[in-house]
Design a protein around this ligand. Structure first.
Ligand code: F6R
Length: 592
């Protein structure tokens, strides 16, 4: 969602700030803005649309000694220049950028309006700037004004703040990520993630909630609860943040090509093939074994990967269930004496999942299965396993989905002492490579459905989860309405939607149940559907639309999802859409 970058010190600010915003743009945004501090004066530039639109209105060679910038994904107020960030206080003393949502902004706005304050935007962010300005007018220092403002704010915020007439880049953080970077000399930076400041800094610290402070070009001072705080800085592995198309036309295509490699990487990291032993921490495995239930929590694709994992755990006789994070927080679920919560997330910053952490009982065991290093979920869970997929830029997740499934299946192998899992995963990775190499065949299928309005994905058992994920991909990037159903459920209602020519993609990866899914396809065909059967070679039949290399039945979702990813990719391209940045979506969903 929104992105923040800022710095103080010796820099070409236009290029640093707009370049930094470009590195954040994969998160999704609809307007952008920046502000430079120069000799006590602040210049503000904002534009609707792309970072390029913003860059076109900012003069080159702008002198400045500090700057903040933002990409906005609208939450409060429409997509307008007035609502873009930086927002400023009514007296133009405070300029700030904000990620997060202030729950009590209406009350604060009403209070400030009563003191004569006027607002130019509909945003909660302008309210924050004006509360800070209120305390400044009361005679408080900038730092105390921020502290007092934090006492008034309910909600989430990462803030980068400039004050007219006051040197320093100020910051505050609660429930939205903010990282600080130390440059080599006469430079300090901040960002909503590492990507935009990685090339400028050598040491980094992720701020904990309720931290605030300021930086100059030579120093960084932080506080929590009114007390000075020593930030813990560490270096970062640049490989985790490679932002490069590497010759591919789109990030999504590049990332689909990387999927099989991520599966192999997880096998290598978690299993010693020479010794035939798993490499997980033994305490983690014994705690998971002792749990009365393993509770998987995730959103979107991360939920679907954990649904497949939970089914796989169940097949191994382990009690496991998968819940949508934003529902689990409202749900009434069986009281468990000794649950083990496993939180699945590519970004590690998903607000709905962080809400689960807020509710999980104190002392309960938590494991994060995460891609982004040092993200909030990685830091807040007792134990973390990284899927090592590297930076995923395309909004629709692809390689991280395969990595998540692989890692959870390896975990299941370790708990249930099943040493066959790594080999099955390696076979699945080869099958994925084969699917990807045959992209053109999938493109030809996409060509045949360019004009459709609705599509269905059906499957049974593990194949159904592949259908769910493929259906989500299709919706996200091709904007075709799509439903995923277990084959047997169609006749209980959804079959009413089948019309002449409705495309139905049926996954058949399990020889034991492929007969049933084929008879479901016959029922649909009889009502006019155009079926496309995607089958493992062991259950393939003449006329199937796509046949993939055999994998163990439980691992069929790997090639099937790769098929679904490519189908969605090509359909999106053929419909002339923005594959990497679909409308209304954000890569890192940091609001509830
Ligand atoms: C779909 C997609 C989303 C995410 C969901 C959770 O392609 O990317 O559905 O899976 O927003 O995000 P993470 O995994 O970052 O918690």
């Amino acid at each position: 969602m929104c992105g923040i970058v800022g710095a103080i010190g010796n820099l070409d600010y236009k290029s640093f700030l707009t370049g930094g915003l470009k590195k954040l743009d994969y998160r999704g945004y609809d307007s952008a803005g920046l502000a430079f501090w120069n000799n006590g004066k602040i210049s503000l530039y904002r534009a609707v649309g792309s970072v390029e639109n913003l860059a076109s209105i900012v003069p080159d060679g702008h002198a400045g000694t500090a700057g903040i910038a933002h990409t906005r994904w609208a939450t409060h107020g429409g997509v307008t220049v007035d609502n873009a960030h930086p927002q400023r206080s009514w007296d133009k003393k405070v300029y700030l950028v904000h990620n997060g949502v202030i729950d009590n902004y209406k009350e604060l706005r009403a209070w400030l309006a009563g003191t004569g304050c006027q607002f130019r935007s509909d945003t909660d962010t302008e309210v924050i700037a004006s509360v800070i300005a209120y305390f400044l007018q009361e005679g408080e220092s900038p730092l105390n004004s921020i502290r007092k403002t934090m006492e008034k704010l309910d909600g989430s915020y990462a803030l980068a703040i400039l004050f007219t007439g006051q040197e320093g880049l100020y910051f505050a953080k609660n429930k939205s990520p903010l990282v600080i970077g130390q440059g080599d000399s006469r430079l300090n930076c901040l960002g909503s993630d590492y990507a935009p400041i990685l090339d400028y800094c050598s040491n980094f610290a992720a701020l904990e909630d309720r931290t605030y402070g300021y930086m100059t070009e030579n120093s960084i001072v932080a506080y929590r609860n009114g007390k000075n705080l020593a930030l813990r800085f560490a270096t970062k592995d640049r490989e985790d943040y490679v932002y490069d198309l590497a010759g591919y036309p789109h990030f999504m295509m590049k990332e689909i090509h990387e999927g099989a490699g991520v599966v192999r990487k997880n096998v290598e990291a978690c299993f010693d093939r020479a010794k035939g032993t798993y490499l997980f921490d033994s305490k983690l495995i014994s705690d998971l074994k002792a749990a009365d239930e393993i509770v998987f929590l995730g959103c979107g694709s991360s939920h679907y990967s954990s649904e497949a994992a939970a089914a796989y755990f169940n097949r191994h006789g382990l009690r496991a269930a998968s819940y949508i994070a934003s529902e689990w927080i409202h749900g009434v679920y069986p009281h468990l004496k000794n649950p083990y919560y496993v939180l699945i997330s590519q970004s590690g910053e998903t607000a709905d999942l962080i809400s689960c952490l807020d509710l999980i009982e104190k002392g309960a065991k938590t494991l994060g299965i995460v891609n982004s290093k040092d993200s909030t979920i990685a830091r807040r869970t007792n134990h973390v396993l990284y899927i090592g997929a590297g930076l995923e830029v395309a909004v629709a997740s692809t390689k991280s989905f395969l990595g998540q499934m692989a890692l959870m299946m390896l975990l299941c192998g370790a708990i249930s002492e099943d040493a066959s899992v790594p080999e099955s995963l390696l076979a699945a990775a080869s099958s994925v490579d084969d699917v990807v190499e045959r992209s053109e065949e999938i493109d030809a299928l996409a060509e045949g459905i360019v004009e459709v309005h609705d599509a269905f994905f059906v499957g049974r058992g593990m194949d159904f989860f592949a259908g769910e994920e493929s259906s989500l991909k299709l919706k996200e990037i091709s904007y075709v309405h799509s439903e995923a159903y277990p084959g047997g459920e169609l006749k209980h209602g959804p079959i009413a939607l089948i019309e002449e020519g409705t495309p139905v993609f049926a996954f058949a990866g399990n020889p034991d149940i492929s007969k049933q899914i084929r008879s479901n396809v016959e029922e649909l065909k009889a009502r006019g559907a155009t079926p496309y059967i995607v089958a493992a070679e062991t259950c393939a039949k003449e006329g199937d639309a796509f046949v993939y290399r055999f994998v163990d039945r439980d691992f069929a979702p790997f090639p099937e999802v790769a098929f679904g990813q490519l189908l969605s990719y090509f359909l999106s391209l053929r419909r002339g859409l923005n594959v990497d940045k679909p409308r209304n979506l954000a890569k890192s969903v940091t609001v509830n």
